[in-house]
Design a protein around this ligand. Structure first.
Ligand code: FES
Length: 81
């Protein structure tokens, strides 16, 4: 998440990466992640209107080699229309 935050979205991270706010919502378009969702991430995604089975919170995704081929979309307020 910090990689994206520094470069793209300063409004991210209201909860400072604790999986509580949902401002770092992304949807995985291509690729998979082996890291499982923990309870807080699941609960926060359940509260988001546009969450889908491909949704994740960027703050909960570890930075590792899996990200190399991952394609994802950053979900913003404009996606609520
Ligand atoms: S920064 Fe708040 S849920 Fe990711």
């Amino acid at each position: 998440m910090e990689l994206l935050f520094d470069k793209y979205l300063e409004e991210w991270g209201d909860c400072k990466g604790r999986a509580w706010c949902g401002t770092c919502h992304i949807q995985i378009l291509k690729g998979t992640l082996s890291s499982k969702m923990l309870r807080d991430e699941k609960q926060t995604l359940c509260r988001l209107e546009v969450a889908s089975p491909q949704s994740r919170l960027a703050c909960q995704i570890p930075v590792n080699a899996e990200l190399h081929n991952l394609v994802f979309k950053i979900i913003t307020d404009n996606d609520f229309g």
